[in-house]
Design a protein around this ligand. Sequence first.
Ligand code: ATP
Length: 293
Amino acid sequence: MEEIILKARGKINLSLDIIGKRKDGYHLVDMIMQSVDIYDTIKIKKRDDKEIKIFCSNPNIPSNESNLAYKAAILIMNHYGLNEGVNIHIDKKIPMAAGMAGGSSNAAAVLVGMNELFSLNVDLSVLKALGLKLGADVPFCIEGGSVRAQGIGEVLTPIPFMDIVVLICKPDDSVSTEMVYKKFNINEPYARPDNERLIEGLREKSLEKISSSMANSLESVTPKLIIDIDKIKNIMTNSKAVVSMMTGSGPTVFGLYRNIYDASGDFEKLSKEFKETYITKTSEGGVEIESRY
Ligand code: ATP
């Protein structure tokens, strides 16, 4: 095999609860993570030398050693003593710095892709442990689907999947995850989800139960910095969305809908003002191998 092409799916948080803070500054979380069918396409091709080259369709994303796909490739090369490098082409669709794990999903695809390309036969559990060195969301992105993530995001438990129509809308401004967590004050009141009930809602396929159990603790921070978050939420909930919430540290907002027709009206409205507006649906997987050559 010389080349492999993969889908690297983004995610939304159906919930994000902050339950404490570790001595090293990391927050302890309890989140319901859900893959969505918006994905970057990652093409990995073997090179004759030991170089790693990144080619990204979005010029605002660094193509050097700071790209998470690069970090994943060097990690695999060093860990397994590979003598061949790779060219990595990233076709970006997942909004950047948006709370949708765009970078983490790319790293996850490179770990899975290089495992296949170089026939390393590494178990997914080992890849997930390696991925955790790159970021707390990387193990989830490898597995994908519907997952409860606890600890700092690395303790993963699969939960029932429900097919849901999702409208995604990213305000034009961006925020860094690190800055949002820094501004979060655990001593002030903040919204808390009911994750047990949310999982019951997924099992029962009850959109009403799911939506009334959802919350994102970081909505005490980001909407104060980016006013479009509340504007988008209001547009969605004043129309046909069953619920609307910010994903991750934001600023992307998503709405859950009963069907595609309900979502289409809001798509028309929002896409006029916000260019990164997409109708999608929940997905049962994260990284997916598309083809091998
Ligand atoms: P998360 O939901 O995990 O917090 P995010 O959606 O907030 O992630 P990303 O899209 O991953 O954020 O981008 C965060 C930063 O990472 C950006 O400033 C970007 O320059 C950098 N970055 C490095 N590699 C990548 C990559 N392959 N794709 C996207 N961003 C990347």
